[in-house]
Ligand binder design. Sequence first.
Ligand code: F0G
Length: 457
Amino acid sequence: MELPFAESWKIKMVEPIRKSTRQEREKWLKAAHYNVFQLDAEHVYIDLLTDSGTGAMSDRQWGAMMTGDESYAGATSFKFMRSTIEKITGFQYVVPTHQGRAAENVLFSVLIKEGDFVPGNSHFDTTKGHIESRKAFAVDCTVDIAKNTQLETPFKGNVDIEKLDKFLAQHADNTPFIIVTITNNTAGGQPVSMQNLREVRQIADKYHKPVVFDSARFAENAYFIKTREKGFENRTIKQICLEMFSYADSMTMSAKKDAIVNMGGFIATKRQDWYDKSKVVGIIYEGYLTYGGMNGRDMNALAVGLDENTEFDNLETRIKQVEYLAKKLDEYGIPYQRPAGGHAIFVDAPKVLTHVPKEEFPAQTLTIELYLEAGIRGCEIGYLLADRDPITRENRFDGLDLLRLAIPRRVYTDNHINVVAVALKNVFDRRETITHGVKIAWESELMRHFTVKLERL
Ligand code: F0G
């Protein structure tokens, strides 16, 4: 008999978690204005708010923490991190930052000016925030099929090459660069194929435009290329990463995801001119060039994490757990963005809560119901997160409205996943009785979902 699949690691340290009663959760959520970001973490039983900075480091990473070099300048930890990044991405210039959005801030300060356009595939909210706060425009050129959650195709995160070409034909003069997010978080953790990255590069070359990868989950993207794209079956994840990055000029990285550290990020590039300009901004906002917001020990852990997580077994363990949750939801008939994404399952909320109108934010309503059901914290990636249109100030209801269940790396077992699936099934089974959603009582101008105050209708 063939041996079943099992994790590629064993557990050396544990952290107790606590259950609560529904009555307690009602009270806590009301006090949090029905915004799960405002909950105390100890009031959460299983936390699927994000896979960012919430992973479990390995013994090798913890070991590396002990040998961190905390020198202000010239730290060996920085050199170790830089050489690891160069080995995996091919980029020789590295500016460390405290996290991904800081890398965006530094690089975009150098590249974007008022009135510019930045086309790409479903910009993440901080990426969009850093574009729009500079009075520039994030132009979404994701393939249309990404909006049909029930269509099962392997590379739903792709850039629509025709849309990109058409856009650049008109606006190339005001386009400083193209951004490709790998994997495409907002479209459901969906990967971008190597073929698509190649084609983006061709279009970029046609218009003499540089390409930036938002690389938070690039290793997961490489896993999908290996397992889904013809011709890559026998390539290692590291070989695939090198080819992916060969089509970009630069990357911004949130190391809190695929480098499996709790905090950290960087810009890496092959463009010396971008590096020279970024250095200045980096020093002002992040810190000197050999730490940029990170401790020496964190840079060591980041380097080891990058190396570990560009190995197949580690990625396979992680992505199979996400698939496991997907299979459970299939069993219960719960609709989600198909196929399962790399870091999360994205439940198609308007298809579940059919009686909640879009103006009452179905995905946020489902997030609330799941927390009340079992103390599980998911995250709305939908109409709230989409913010208002910067010009009309209308809510943007044209995208997807999803409840994201993001799975931290190496943290929960499949037993926890079983609890999540059953809790969601219980909500699903009583969906006909959920007829009202929420309304906004207070919101900020940008990235409102973090701080929004809601009222239940
Ligand atoms: N790009 C992508 C694709 C992301 O998913 C994130 C963060 C960032 C950039 C920003 O990085 O958090 O280190 O500043 N995503 C987290 C999430 C927060 O929950 O998906 P950061």
